[in-house]
Design a protein around this ligand. Structure first.
Ligand code: TXD
Length: 319
């Protein structure tokens, strides 16, 4: 059987890590695309030279031509400008919107059947714009944020409880940003909800709230440490989990920025919700009941996404 083809648009910090992880997991042949000449070619060659050592077979090519992504099964988009210290995600809007226009046109022309995962910030607005610019079905265009946000939450909880990260599940809803909604009653240690763990004396409610807040600020924590860029290892690992679920038809239940068509009372916007990702793309959107407090947090998060989308339509009225 022919190998799958994975196109990575943007060969920066996340793009390079995506290429390495896709190679290590033998997800398919890889094309790294960037407008900076030499960088995608150099990274592709470097990773190809790691293949004999790590023992994976994949064709890895660097390119600055959209024609090279022709027929890609998965396209992962990181193209754009990353957040710098002091810069909000929203500041990135204008520049990255233009980038989405170019990328959307490239995908429409050369990879119209692909499953597209957008990572570029501000995420919930960029994935919305990319779906419009590319014209691909909404079930084939998703945004990566929730897997990363919940991975951070899981890591912090595993550290706190001194248990394996594997036994901690976490549930994060809403937009990617300071208003994201980590849901404690649906987050568990081996199936035991965090709300029960509070009752069982594993953790004080106030300490749990601190961890929730650290999760919300997870991106900024890394930006402040790195000073010259944003997180890339965990974001890349998160997008690869989504790509793998599609390519191997695993039907994993993952929190993603998905196009809502009435679910959660929202129409025509991308918001972070749990979805099933399989061979058909987004196969199901899971709609859970929210209590009053959760609904209020969710609405606040959705309002933040709405603000970004409105700003996009002002910059690009065609959207
Ligand atoms: O959870 C999430 N969604 C995120 C999002 C978590 C972390 C980082 N997140 C965002 O991902 C971040 O704010 C950025 O918008 C993207 C990519 O982050 P990365 O750290 O990989 O940024 P880099 O290293 O700057 O890489 C971006 C590359 C760089 O090589 C540019 O030359 C290229 O994008 N670029 C382009 N490629 C193709 N086409 C165009 N027009 C273009 N413009 C820039």
């Amino acid at each position: 059987m022919a190998r799958s083809k994975i196109a990575l648009i943007g060969a920066g910090q996340i793009g390079g890590t995506l290429a390495l992880l896709a190679g290590l997991k033998e997800l398919g042949d890889i094309v790294l695309f960037d407008i900076v000449d030499g960088v995608p070619q150099g990274k592709a060659l470097d990773i190809a030279e790691a293949a004999p050592v790590e023992g994976f077979d994949a064709a890895i090519a660097g390119t600055s031509s959209y024609a090279s992504i022709e027929g890609a099964d998965v396209v992962i988009v990181t193209a754009g400008v990353p957040r710098k210290p002091g810069m909000s995600r929203d500041d990135l809007l204008g520049i990255n919107l233009k980038v989405m226009e170019q990328v959307g046109a490239g995908i429409a022309k050369y990879a119209p059947n692909a499953f597209v995962i957008c990572i570029t910030n501000p995420l919930d607005a960029m994935v919305w714009a990319l779906q419009k610019f590319s014209g691909l079905p909404a079930s084939k265009v998703v945004g990566m944020a929730g897997v990363l946000d919940s991975a951070r939450f899981r890591y912090f909880l595993a550290e706190e409880f001194k248990v394996s990260v594997e036994d901690v599940t976490a549930f994060v809803l809403g937009g990617h940003g300071d208003t994201m909604v980590p849901l404690t009653r649906y987050s568990t240690v081996a199936g035991i909800p965090l709300t029960d763990l509070v009752k069982m004396g594993w953790i004080e409610a106030a300490r749990l709230e601190e961890i929730v807040q650290r999760t919300r600020d997870g991106g900024a924590e890394i930006v402040n440490l790195l000073k010259t860029g944003s997180a890339f290892y965990a974001p890349a690992a998160s997008a690869i989990a989504m790509a793998e679920s599609y390519l191997r038809d695993k039907r994993r239940v993952l929190p993603c920025a998905a196009y809502l068509d009435g679910q959660y009372g929202i129409k025509g916007r991308y918001v972070g919700v749990p979805v099933v990702i399989g061979a058909a793309g987004v196969e199901r959107i899971i709609e859970i009941d929210l209590d009053k407090a959760e609904r209020a947090m969710f609405d606040k998060s959705v309002a933040a996404v709405e603000g970004l989308v409105e700003a996009c339509t002002k910059i690009a009225p065609a959207l």
